[in-house]
Write a protein that binds this ligand. Structure first.
Ligand SMILES: Cc1ncc(COP(=O)(O)O)c(C=O)c1O
Length: 303
């Protein structure tokens, strides 16, 4: 597998191990950071890389920076060029996972708004664990953050304390992963992925007002489902007890892609195996992100 050679900080490429932020910067002191995880898929036949839904990721980053009142943003075209340059400089020969972080690099009081810096890293990423076998989830006793406390809708680093607590608990309780509920007890999402389930043949996912990150993969799945089946998925509140009615379930996210969920709270989902709609959507997802089909060229930025 290829290795990351260079990393980018504030537009400059440098050896991977040499990136630096000050330990008293707001980025470290108060986790004043927003980030994106993106994937550039490699097409070996055409020898090309395509970043999936690049502009949607950059848009979400911009809103996160705005909400956290960063004193300046970055031009979208500039970041697009930076990521292309970064990927090329690493000379990958397989899929690339990109981490793009914008943060307050200044040292100061909590309300300091700059200077603003950014780092971009390109790394190889192995296939997610459980992708073929499916995974077990346990409903966490930690609640998902709420919008009026630490908005989950933006991808801020601080939100991941909550996610990590649920993940640690799930692992120590013998699950592969966690599923979080809102403080009102409705299903929200997993620590690093959104949740879908199938009930009576219908695809259902918690609404964007269920304290979730507005996931780009979730939006992709909603679109592909509509195209494949001619039906709309239900986006709505999901009660915890509905989970046990699910015939199929899966998690989705850029990093996780699509992972079947085969058990929740030690009860089997459906027959305890990855479901047929899950497998069908997963196949379609890979065909689209990899450019094996002609649909949705607008989602793939060739670099
Ligand atoms: C909390 C959370 N939910 C959902 C997702 C999936 O988001 P996306 O599909 O935009 O990658 C992520 C991805 O990292 C995440 O961290």
């Amino acid at each position: 597998m290829w290795q990351a050679k260079v990393i980018m900080q504030n537009g400059e490429l440098m050896p991977f191990a040499e990136a630096r932020v000050h330990p008293l910067s707001l980025a470290v002191a108060y986790a004043i950071t927003v980030f994106e995880g993106l994937r550039a898929y490699y097409h070996p036949g055409r020898k090309e890389f395509a970043i999936f839904r690049l502009d949607d990721h950059l848009k979400r980053l911009e809103v996160g920076m705005k909400l956290l009142r960063f004193e300046r943003g970055f031009e979208r075209s500039y970041l697009r060029d930076c990521l292309a340059k970064l990927i090329r400089a690493n000379e990958p020969d397989a899929d690339v996972y990109v981490r793009l972080l914008a943060y307050i690099e200044g040292v100061g009081l909590m309300a300091t708004t700059g200077p603003v810096g950014f780092t971009a890293a390109a790394m190889p990423r192995e296939n997610p664990k459980y992708a073929d076998t499916g995974m077990s989830l346990g409903v966490s006793s930690w609640s998902r953050l709420s919008d009026n406390a630490s908005p989950p809708r933006i991808k801020s680093t601080a939100n991941y304390h909550n996610a990590r607590l649920t993940q640690l608990q799930a692992k120590s309780d013998g699950y592969d992963g966690a599923l979080m509920l809102t403080p009102a007890g409705k299903v929200s999402e997993a620590p690093i992925a959104c949740f879908f389930m199938v009930r009576d043949g219908k695809l259902i996912t918690p609404s964007v007002t269920s304290n979730i990150l507005e996931s780009i993969t979730r939006d992709t799945i909603l679109t592909l489902y509509r195209e494949v089946t001619g039906r709309e998925a239900e986006q709505r509140e999901v009660d915890r007890s509905e989970l046990y009615f699910a015939e199929e379930a899966f998690l989705c996210g850029t990093g996780q892609e699509i992972i079947p969920v085969t058990a929740i709270d030690k009860l089997p989902v459906g027959n305890g195996k990855p479901g047929s709609l899950t497998i069908q959507l997963r196949q379609r997802y890979f065909d689209v992100v990899r450019g094996n089909v002609s649909e949705h060229p607008e989602w793939r930025t060739l670099i």
